[in-house]
Design a protein around this ligand. Structure first.
Ligand SMILES: *Cc1c(COP(=O)(O)O)cnc(C)c1O
Length: 412
């Protein structure tokens, strides 16, 4: 296998060579991929790791004495340790490998169904992805707990003074995303966590949108649960992680029953395996876990500081250029935001813009971005969302601006 290129200085043209998909054409035009907030592209090194696994050591893990099984187990557990180190968890057994963010949130929500009581309160932010809303609504229906919403303002920021008012001794859980996928807002999670802890509430942070841009330190944040998906940070789909403090993970009941998660099974009684296996029933996504570890290595080799500073330049450039188009409005104008631009042009449906720019090879997302409450807040059906990654360029942004201008001419 090729080893990871060390990109000692940030040269986007060099980085782009790591991604085979970036040289393909769409509708006869070079692909411009601006749907990174939905899923990121995959570097060759991660593709190689997947091919290598299935070509050379595909086997089930943890229970085989044979060589292949041991190799697969070692690689999978090393990946867990990489994830632990990356997020600075105290112990690798605090890292549960899940199928993604959604699975991780459901695991925690399900666990709290045996802890929450009627009249307990749980707080959700107005900026959430549906996957950080629906599981908690289901939980509240089951337990009789009350769901309250931390409101947002026109800039797309949470109103922290309102959060302060919502917190009370009845608050048991707060869940909030680190960065909004629809608007790009970076939420003040340190403050949110500290304040929740003062009233004895636990906090789950949805980091799906943050992890492609920054490295969260779960111990420094003192967060109770932190969740992410590999496919938004150069890894494959179908794998992600839940970080939980041991204290919490020991307290929560298992999510699913099956193989791997047991210590001893008789028809009278089953005892559960220790962490992390208690939460990992069945054969996991072994290859995905290994590839997740490689994706983390890849991004770290480029460096998250370099990534953030480059993406910030793209964000500023694109914001300026897009705002030159008359009638274009950007939703989510916080000073603290990542490289996501959600916009509309007056009188034009976002879907129509998306369709025309796709004809020109440009992939953007249109719709509510799994965050319908945000769209309702702005009283719009959806937006066009362009989300930039470290492998995008200013020239690609120019192409987007030209394409949007063309769409505007055609549609108005
Ligand atoms: C993408 C995303 C999710 C859902 O992630 P899955 O990989 O689909 O489970 C949840 N929250 C945010 C903020 C996201 O961006």
């Amino acid at each position: 296998m090729k080893s990871i290129n060390q990109h000692t200085t940030f040269k986007v043209e060099e980085i782009r060579k790591d991604f085979p998909i970036l040289s393909r054409k769409v509708n006869g035009k070079p692909l411009v991929y601006f749907d990174n907030a939905a899923t990121s592209q995959t570097p060759q090194i991660v593709i190689d790791a997947i091919v290598n696994y299935y070509s050379n050591y595909n086997a089930n893990i943890h229970r085989g004495v044979h060589t292949l099984s041991q190799e697969a187990t070692d690689a999978y557990e090393q990946a867990r340790q990489k994830i632990q180190a990356h997020f600075n968890a105290k112990s690798s057994h605090e890292i549960i490998l899940t199928s993604g963010t959604t699975h991780a949130i459901n695991l925690v929500a399900n666990g709290f169904s045996s802890i929450l009581k009627q009249e307990d309160e749980v707080l959700v932010s107005a900026l959430e992805h549906h996957s950080n809303i629906v599981p908690w609504q289901m939980l509240c229906e089951q337990t009789g707990a009350i769901l309250k919403v931390i409101p947002m303002n026109q800039e797309g920021e949470l109103v922290i003074t309102e959060y302060d008012k919502l917190l009370s001794k009845n608050t048991k859980l707060v869940f909030v995303n680190h960065i909004s996928n629809a608007l790009g807002t970076i939420n003040p999670i340190e403050d949110i966590i500290n304040k929740a802890h003062k009233v004895g509430a636990a906090v789950l942070v949805d980091g799906a949108q943050a992890c492609p841009h920054i490295t969260p330190d779960v111990q420094a944040l003192d967060v109770d649960f932190y969740v992410a998906s590999a496919h938004k940070m150069c890894g494959p789909t179908g794998i992600g992680m839940l970080y939980g403090k041991s204290r919490w993970l020991n307290k929560l009941p298992p999510y699913q029953g099956g193989g791997e998660m047991i210590e001893e099974v008789t028809f009278k009684k089953t005892t559960y395996a220790d962490l992390p296996y208690k939460f990992e029933a069945g054969t996991p996504n072994i290859c995905g876990g290994i590839a997740f570890g490689v994706a983390i290595d890849y991004m770290n080799a480029i460096g998250f500081d370099a990534i953030a500073s480059y993406e910030n330049k793209l964000l500023n450039y694109a914001t300026k250029k897009l705002l030159e188009i008359e009638g274009l409005k950007i939703y989510g104008t916080s000073k603290n935001k990542t490289s996501v631009i959600s916009f509309n042009i007056e009188g034009i449906h976002p879907y129509d813009i998306g369709t025309i720019v796709d004809k020109l090879g440009i992939a953007v997302r249109t719709g509510h971005h799994c965050a319908q409450p945000i769209m309702d807040f702005y009283d719009i059906p959806g937006t066009v969302r362009a989300s930039f990654s470290f492998y995008n360029t200013k020239e690609e942004i120019d192409a987007l601006v030209e394409a949007v201008k063309k769409a505007k001419t055609m549609l108005s």
